[in-house]
Ligand binder design. Structure first.
Ligand code: PEP
Length: 260
């Protein structure tokens, strides 16, 4: 896999997943502070993902800046009798740029399947937004030695409905479930190994060009202390950050990662 070659075209991406935290006013205030703290960083992209209720104000606060806004979920139909759901078109209409899909909390707590993930990835691409598709193994699966089986199933199934012309627009977040919100981080080497494997699965599913072009993030207890090491791995193109994205100081340090 030509990681080093592909790397030059994969712009690093830092995404803050706020989960079910922050009112819309708190989110907008955070975005304003974040924009100030980012300054002129031109070689990376920064996104925040507020709850649905915070999207409108976050988009407004981010307008004209280097920060863009992602949603944390979506439904795959355009419109219809789906009480409580929100479509990709509705998110695009709001000015949202990307959507997190298949986060492990949704898989675990809301029984999302790989097939649902595939429908959502397709719907998001069809609406001109960027999907951030989450994959990752549980602690039991890692202990049983089945990490590659899990990733080797989640990646191709989740990408099954992607048309080749859209392949490069996909972002994947490798998030080992045992590392999310636990303070346990995969070592940079473990993250690199899994992400290189995921990249191979992307290439098998969507072709070698897509394997080179698709950005793959690491997520799971990322913080100021491990960000630089993670970002210096050849296949890690960015990070998806939960807890540490809720406060400006740690998130700003993560955004200012240093890469040799
Ligand atoms: C996440 O929510 O995707 C995540 C990685 O959370 P945390 O950084 O808190 O582990």
């Amino acid at each position: 896999m030509g990681s080093a070659q592909g790397r030059s075209i994969r712009v690093p991406l830092v995404v803050g997943n706020w989960k079910m935290f922050k009112t819309s006013a708190e989110g907008a205030a955070f975005v304003h502070e974040l924009i100030e703290s980012i300054g002129p960083l031109g070689d990376r992209e920064v996104m925040v993902a507020p709850p649905f209720t915070g999207l409108f104000e976050a988009v407004r606060a981010a307008r004209g800046s280097r920060v863009s806004v992602a949603a944390q979920d979506v439904f795959w139909e355009r419109e219809g009798a789906y009480t409580g759901e929100v479509s990709a078109e509705m998110l695009a209409d709001l000015g949202v740029a990307a959507v997190i899909i298949g986060h492990s909390e949704r898989r675990r707590d809301f029984q999302e399947t790989d097939e649902w993930v595939a429908h959502k990835v397709r719907a998001v691409l069809d609406s001109g937004l960027l999907p951030i598709m989450c994959v990752g193994e549980t602690a039991d699966q890692r202990e049983a030695g089945s990490t590659r089986d899990v990733l080797g199933s989640q990646v191709p199934t989740g990408l099954a409905e992607v048309r080749s012309e859209n392949a490069a627009l996909v972002t994947i977040a490798y998030e080992p479930v045992w590392a999310i919100g636990t303070g346990k981080t995969a070592t940079p080497e473990m993250a690199q190994e899994a992400i290189a494997f995921v990249r191979g699965q992307v290439a098998r599913t969507l072709g070698a060009e897509a394997g080179d072009a698709v950005r793959i993030l690491y997520g799971g207890s990322v913080g100021p202390d491990n960000i630089d090491e993670l970002m210096n791995q050849p296949d890690i193109d960015g990070v998806l950050v939960g807890g540490a994205s809720l406060q400006l100081a740690p998130f700003s340090r993560i955004v200012h990662f240093e890469k040799q």
